[in-house]
Design a protein around this ligand. Structure first.
Ligand SMILES: Nc1nc2c(c(=O)[nH]1)N(C=O)[C@@H](CNc1ccc(C(=O)N[C@@H](CCC(=O)O)C(=O)O)cc1)CN2
Ligand SMILES: Nc1ncnc2c1ncn2[C@@H]1O[C@H](COP(=O)(O)OP(=O)(O)OP(=O)(O)O)[C@@H](O)[C@H]1O
Length: 295
């Protein structure tokens, strides 16, 4: 539990309290969008199929396939949550330290100037990001005229339609617990100024530190089922493309039981793959971007 002791010194009590707080819940989040299910009676016929009914049959099959994928995802989420729950807390603390040290020492982290990172939630058993956050926020803003502190944007859930924003923060006290007990920034700062939204920023971020429930070595990522990250990443990647910026490196932080065999995680066309994983034993570069730029 050295990590927790360490946090006590570097982060505010509010952060710690939230880390140790009651389990987060999806009670306030929306159920997945209702499936637009076509009647199975469309398949019952004695005549050769018309073009219209062939379309309905195809759609029904697609819908069934889609339902199966979401069911597989749900089953896998339950399994991984169980595995995380049964993880020895001492091992978890050790892995939290190892993963964060690897991030802090990585060339892609050291060289990044702007990043989006999640604020870990202890109750969700997410890989801790408090050390990384503290390191960023404690570094001096400038060295002479040169900006040395990395600019950091963190998630804020805006509504129940998979909509989140990434807002700039400059200290841990900018964060308040939301209804799911995850720390997030208020839309305005203490001076009443709107926080900068990364989608409105004039410069791109170089890096995303991503949460997730499970990953594989081909870059597949299973989230918590809200679609928040997939939606956000798609929008951000489109913005980067439109502006001719360099795509950010997508790096997920993962405890060892969260790295699953290839093929186990089902994906849909919405799922955004990660470029690299950070496990307690090291970085696993996956995409050519990760291998070329940082491998
Ligand atoms: N730290 C952190 N912040 C984040 C996310 C995240 O995954 N981690 N998000 C990423 O999307 C967004 C919030 N989405 C969330 C989605 C689900 C749950 C949650 O409590 N899930 C429970 C399941 C509850 C249920 O199914 O009823 C769980 O996973 O145990 C929390 C936040 C934005 N901020
Ligand atoms: N880019 C997108 N546009 C529209 N809907 C999306 C997009 N990405 C995901 N969704 C929808 O969000 C819902 C949840 O998707 P999924 O189960 O893949 O989430 P997840 O990957 O576990 O969550 P997250 O992305 O927040 O980590 C699904 O209904 C999915 O169709």
């Amino acid at each position: 539990m050295t990590t927790r002791t360490h946090h006590t010194y570097i982060l505010s009590g509010r952060w710690l309290a939230a880390q140790m707080s009651q389990p987060c819940t999806l009670a306030t989040l929306p159920p997945p969008p209702p499936a637009v299910k076509l009647s199975r009676f469309a398949n019952v016929r004695t005549q050769p199929p018309s073009i219209a009914s062939r379309f309905i049959t195809m759609s029904t099959n697609n819908q069934d396939h889609h339902d199966d994928l979401f069911k597989q995802k749900r089953i896998l989420r339950t399994k991984v949550r169980k595995a995380l729950k049964s993880m020895d807390p001492a091992l978890r603390a050790q892995e939290d330290n190892a993963i964060q040290s690897i991030v802090l020492e990585a060339p892609w982290f050291k060289s990044c100037r702007r990043l989006c990172a999640y604020i870990s939630c202890g109750a969700l058993r997410e890989v801790d990001t408090s050390k990384v956050l503290a390191e960023i926020l404690q570094s001096p803003l400038k060295d002479g005229d040169v900006q040395v502190r990395k600019k950091i944007y963190v998630p804020r859930v805006e509504d129940k339609n998979s909509h989140m924003r990434m807002l700039n923060i400059s200290c841990v006290d900018d964060l308040v617990a939301n209804s799911m007990d995850i720390l997030e920034p208020a839309p305005v700062d203490g001076d009443g100024n709107e926080r900068e939204d990364v989608l409105q920023a004039s410069d791109p971020v170089d890096l995303f530190l991503l949460p997730g429930l499970a990953f594989d070595r081909s870059g597949r990522r299973l989230g918590r089922g809200g679609g928040y990250y997939d939606t956000f990443l798609k929008n951000y990647q489109e913005l980067v493309k439109a502006r001719n910026w360099k795509q950010p490196l997508l790096v997920a932080l993962s405890y060892s039981p969260q790295i699953l065999d290839e093929g186990v995680i089902s994906v849909t066309q919405h799922d955004v793959s990660v470029d690299a994983l950070v496990s307690p034993v090291g970085v696993i570069p996956i995409s050519s971007a990760a291998i070329d730029r940082y491998g």
